[in-house]
Design a protein around this ligand. Structure first.
Ligand code: NAD
Length: 417
């Protein structure tokens, strides 16, 4: 097994060295293959997402399939432009020379992906690597075994399997892959393993992209359309993989005076979304596995927070399901406030004045996303000035992931021909 992994990497290197992945035609053919795979295999992909996460079909389409298709289309549309050398002005001292910047592929790219969006997080970086003319090894997450084996089966049918390989496995296999020399590593997952990846990359001075997690705050001012705010918080939290998303709202900060109104509105919205017994709802993903279920149960049952549950709390260990659960005023030194929740639990913290939320957020690690609900444009400006986050949204949550993705539906059918 170890030998075959090394042989796979060797083959990738040989194919890259032979120039197989460089031509625009090869890159375009792979991108078209990816697009065809995401279109023709929709049913199989949705089934795998359901087997791994109980992911509802709408979420599978909106958050995974459609994004993969638009990434393929975006790359196809821009490929020639991205590959074109760029003229740059030469200095007088270089006269009569001309100068240009020529994009070139790096070589072998290793993509290590996570389980929560197992199609998107696997294929999106692969699409980028292919568009740039690289050979790629994809290591899907063992946390989503159905998608991992589906990708291993499907990719060689739709793309060039000699230059784009799926290598399945867990820690042992990933460690063996990280011991090889790569020209770029793209990792998505938790920060602990991020350090392992960065250390392995450093040995060969390999550039690495680390897509990690964090705690994403939602500040809710009293000057809001309450019903819309509650709906958008619920959609961004429980409507995204039941909270198992890196940019899902992790906790809310609002004023003491406003908290009861916000809570009431969230309760109404959640009952409308998922019914009286959310554990029976087909619109809610389940917790990925027993280990994460146990972790979330530990957060809920910690003595200092277990009596702070003001909504939800139901769970079914057999089905690995936890209902949307809201806590009010949990201590800052509780585990639920110290680690990324990554599940259906949502603490609400209260402050006297909404501006106190800025200091609270800044006392914690920099968030991947920060959200503010208010109609007050002055407060929005102050929030933007005071808070540093990977992404920021006013009056919504989570949907900024699609902002940079162009609408290319009109190109879709043309490319499929
Ligand atoms: P995971 O358990 O699937 O692990 C991620 C990958 O790391 C897997 O492919 C796994 O095989 C590998 N791995 C695990 N332990 C390893 C080890 N000791 N050595 C080498 N490789 C190892 O996923 P996870 O870590 O539970 O993912 C959840 C985290 O990912 C959360 O923190 C979440 O916020 C973050 N995340 C970030 C983004 C983003 O775009 N920033 C997207 C999704 C998830």
């Amino acid at each position: 097994m170890v030998e075959s992994r090394a042989a796979a990497v060797q083959e990738l290197r040989a194919r890259f060295a032979a120039g197989q992945t460089r031509p625009a035609e090869w890159r375009a053919a792979q991108l078209r293959g990816g697009l065809r795979m995401a279109t023709e295999m929709e049913a199989e992909i949705c089934d795998a997402l359901h087997a791994d996460l109980g992911k509802p079909k709408t979420e599978a389409h909106v958050h995974e399939l459609s994004l993969i298709k638009s990434s393929c289309l975006f790359a196809l549309k821009n490929l020639k432009k991205w590959m074109k050398p760029q003229k740059v002005p030469a200095k007088l001292m270089n006269f009569p020379s001309t100068a240009r910047i020529t994009p070139e592929p790096l070589g072998l790219v290793l993509v290590i992906s996570a389980w929560n969006y197992p199609l998107l997080l696997s294929l999106d970086p692969v699409i980028g690597a292919i568009a740039a003319g690289n050979a790629v090894a994809l290591k899907p997450s063992e946390g989503a075994p159905a998608m991992s084996s589906l990708l291993a089966e499907l990719l060689p049918r739709f793309v060039d399997g000699t230059c784009i390989k799926v290598i399945e496995g867990g820690v042992k296999e990933t460690t063996a892959l990280l011991n090889q020399k790569w020209d770029k590593i793209f990792y998505t997952g938790n920060s602990r393993v991020g350090r392992v990846v960065m250390t392995a990359a450093a040995k060969h001075l390999t550039p690495a992209v680390l897509e990690l997690g964090g705690k994403c705050p939602v500040v809710v001012d009293s000057n809001v359309d309450l019903h819309i705010a509650a709906k958008r918080i619920a959609a961004g939290k429980w409507g995204c993989n039941n909270g198992q998303a890196c940019i899902a709202p992790d906790f809310i900060i609002t004023t003491q005076a406003f908290a009861p109104k916000l809570l009431e509105s969230l309760k109404k919205v959640l009952e409308k979304f998922y019914g009286k017994d959310p554990l029976l709802s087909a619109d809610l993903s389940r917790v990925v596995n027993a280990s994460h279920f146990g972790r979330l149960k530990g957060l809920m049952d910690e003595e200092m927070v277990s009596d702070k549950i003001v909504f939800g709390g139901q769970r079914d260990e057999q089905q690995l399901k936890i209902a949307p659960t809201i806590f009010l005023d949990v201590p800052l030194d509780s585990a639920i406030m110290k680690e990324e929740i990554f599940g259906p639990l949502l603490p609400i913290l209260t402050v006297d004045k909404i501006h106190e939320s800025f200091g609270l957020i800044n006392s914690m690690a920099k968030p991947l996303a920060a959200y503010l609900f208010t109609r007050d444009s002055e407060l929005q400006n102050q929030f933007e000035g005071a808070i540093s986050a990977g992404g920021m949204l006013f009056n919504d949550t989570s949907i900024h992931v699609i902002t940079t993705r162009p609408r290319l539906e009109h190109e879709f059918y043309r490319e499929l021909k």
